[in-house]
Write a protein that binds this ligand. Sequence first.
Ligand SMILES: [Mn+2]
Length: 419
Amino acid sequence: MLIGHLADTHVGANHFGVQDYPEDTIEVFREAMELLVDERPDAIIIAGDLFDRPRPENKLVIEVARILRWASSERGVPVVLAVGEHDQPPRRDSPSVCLVAEAAGDGVYAPTPGRVDSPVDVMRSMTIKAGRGYVMVLPFMRGSPEKRKRITKTLLEAAGTVARMLGGRVVLAAHIGISTATVPDDAIAEPAHLPPVDYAALGHVHRPFQDPGGGGIPPHAYPGTLVPIKVDEVGVDERGPLLVDLTGSEASITRLRVEQPRSHVVARLRVRSVRAALEELASILRGVPRKRKPTIAHLYLTIPADPALSKTPVAREVALRAGEVLGVIARIVRVYRERPRSLQPTSSAAGEVEVAEAITGDRDLAEFLVKLKEALLAGDRDEAREILDEMLSDRFDGVWARILGSSPGNKSGLGRWIR
Ligand SMILES: [Mn+2]
């Protein structure tokens, strides 16, 4: 059995406020589907968040429906959709946009649980025969994390029962965060909860993740987004759908690369002057390949504590001039205002930095820790918040997000921590 695996394509996403960004999302989705169809798999699984919003523009729904119909009806490759939180309107009784996609063609499936009473019946109603095997879809559910954890565990157990009854190759499609691939408050299940299937095609986590399985845990993976949807997704080298070969005794997972329509770069600039900031950005951009569409520069700007530089106008000018002079699309992610007193740790704290560095193995992180300690001792909440924000940014690759039980997209953990 050969499976194509996509997830979190977020067609229509425009979180960067770049006018034609939705085009990027549909272009790479089309390319990913073409790459998979060429491999003639038994099925293509899209494990949730196919669309970025539950009510996408009709134009996008039509384009996606055409691509799915082409794959299923013209090329004979069934497509199985799991619903993700982005595909589902908030109202419980409102059908998911995935059901619109299902109506696009014979061979497009978006199973929803029928009126059944036992978990095993639910999972049976979510199972589709696909070529030489079966695809089983975990139903989408809303509710508190506790409720979702409980129900997910029950349904995954039931999935194991159904998988054993079916025989042959069985693949699970599920839009859930598992603890090994995401931050603690985003995890709904443990890898050990995954049923004994030949492969678990997961969605929800935007950073590519693969686990070959073993010791009773099935091979499982998140393909990741095809283009960055948020700033912390910039910097992933290889993007594309997964091709999973289940014909041998072990699953073999390969990534088919999609062409990126454009480069993204995250630039942190201290704006001594607009001109100097542009020069620094230009030097950063020299290391970034130019693609078909203009590069997007995501800017974190620090404005020095110089009264002559007022925060917002200077930041705006940097972004505007970067577009004019450097030919990039520059967007401001965040502007920091430096405080008159230095953010560098005071001299009395110098020794502490070395201690923190010895513990963390990271000079940069060590300085932040000491700055944070000083800000908290001085009762300067604003400064502590800024330092924490910086620590929660992609600068430290989410390490602090993990430790604080928070994530850049969800600052609830941070809020609790500081208050
Ligand atoms: Mn997603």
